[in-house]
Design a protein around this ligand. Structure first.
Ligand SMILES: [Fe+2]
Length: 176
């Protein structure tokens, strides 16, 4: 491949100022960017749900649960910028608004007024497992196009999500 060919950006339809040169194909950029867009929407949704449960926690274990969820929310939020910037690094675009998140998220919101601590933690266990599954599927898309850099980020985030699932599961189902 010549350097001239390599300079062609596959960011079809994008304004010229958003074109980032990449050796990935147009199909690769489209597929990976869309995968990252959906993942970012899910991560924002989970971040806000975790914060909401942190804010609305109550009961005898308030302090433990409140602190655990804050710690997890911080880790989840830390994923957002690298996901968005990964899309831009390969010449794709990413989410632009709260409306965009709502349109792309697959993890569901929870606007329940009176969720119990147990219900909150159980829901986060399920969401965390779901996010892990979503990231494994995203890794397969990356493998298909040999995008090892995105795959490598996903491997770390899968490990972190499994840690969150472990902590949440032990907290809600652990036996003395
Ligand atoms: Fe807080």
């Amino acid at each position: 491949m010549t350097s001239k060919q390599m300079k062609q950006s596959p960011g079809k339809g994008l304004p010229a100022n958003l074109n980032t040169p990449t050796d990935l194909s147009t199909a690769a950029v489209a597929a990976i960017s869309e995968t990252l867009r959906q993942l970012l929407a899910d991560v924002f949704a989970l971040y806000l749900k975790t914060k909401s449960f942190h804010w609305h926690m109550s009961g005898a274990h308030f302090r433990d649960y409140h602190l655990l969820l804050d710690e997890q929310a911080t880790d989840i939020f830390a994923m957002t910028d690298p996901i968005a910037e990964r899309a831009r690094k390969i010449g794709g675009t990413t989410l632009r608004s709260i409306g965009d998140i709502a349109q792309h998220q697959r993890l569901l919101d929870n606007n329940e007024q009176s969720a119990t601590p147990k219900a909150m933690l159980e829901e986060l266990v399920a969401d965390s497992r779901c996010l892990t599954k979503i990231m494994r599927a995203a890794h397969e898309v990356c493998d298909e196009f040999k995008d090892v850099a995105t795959a490598s980020l996903l491997e770390v985030w899968i490990d972190e999500a499994e840690r969150r699932t472990w902590f949440l599961n032990e907290t809600v189902h652990g036996r003395n």
